[in-house]
Design a protein. Sequence first.
Length: 361
Amino acid sequence: MKLIEEYRDKELVLMLADRIRLTATGKYSFMEVCGGHTSSIHRFGIPALLPPGIKLISGPGCPVCVTGTDFIDRAVLYSQKPKVIIVTFGDLIRVPGSSSSLEKEKMKGADVRIVFSGLEALNIARSNRDKIIIFLGIGFETTAPGSAVTVKQAKEEGLNNFLLLSAHKIMPPVLDAIVKEGIQIDGFICPGHVATITGSRIFEFLPENYGLACVVTGFEPVDLLQSVLMLVRQINRKAPVVEIQYTRAVTSAGNIIARRLLSEVFEFADATWRGFGLIPGSGLILKKEYEDFDAAKRIPVTVLQKNENPKCICGAILRGLKTPYNCTLFRSVCTPENPVGACMVSAEGACNTYFKYLHHE
């Protein structure tokens, strides 16, 4: 409890808010690129503690949200095959595809199971040798090492009925895409959980190539306010760098063991992001040595391209161009109980967060 109570200390929170008000002499725009940050920012009412000149913008940090419709459609097709068990993390089951979702397929009788780790998926594979188990791997560098461990273990055990359908993505290419698109921001609140694996070095191209301030940040009120203060000071000094606020979990080098596992099992590939389209080198697929566990190669299926709901602006929200308030579906048609877009499904999605914490607006 110590690390929670300390970072929610009221006096410290108010002191940091005062320092920000005294230090912020102009206008500043910062993007948080982690869905966990978006949720924490609004859960703790951080914008209300900031001066009017500081604007916080939500970015593409929700792994469920950025997973493309084509991936959901592919998973749905697999779920319709006989003797196939789909294993997934909870949020993904409700993400709508072009015409169905895993939740709808489960209601029709498909074997779709929710797990909390890839190792649980291995247990299902061990207990169902007569069936094909397809584990849906989603998430950034934070969750990808878990999938790497799982696939490596499956190979060591000879569990050939275990397959991975990878939608794993890495963070630097999408940040590069955001900057190149021309959105007006002064810096990034960088994802703390990603950096625990990768280290803070992966963000150094942002100040070096684009002159943008960066602070790797934790998830409590003190973390977030301290990071805003650090970003403001960088802008005022006109000296953008990558700083680590989340020092209790992040180093510049990251988790060497996890990084080694990633490089052993995965390789970079082009990947489709909701709202961005194809981003070169932004995805992770299994290397040749592990391709026998690649669902897309072992069981190829054809996904027909279909148009998404044209009124859903989830893509623009993920790119920081709009907020949920700009969506005509928000809160009227699209709700957590009846999500039209992926941003309303996940607890880390901007639409879900706005619905949950900003209802008074």
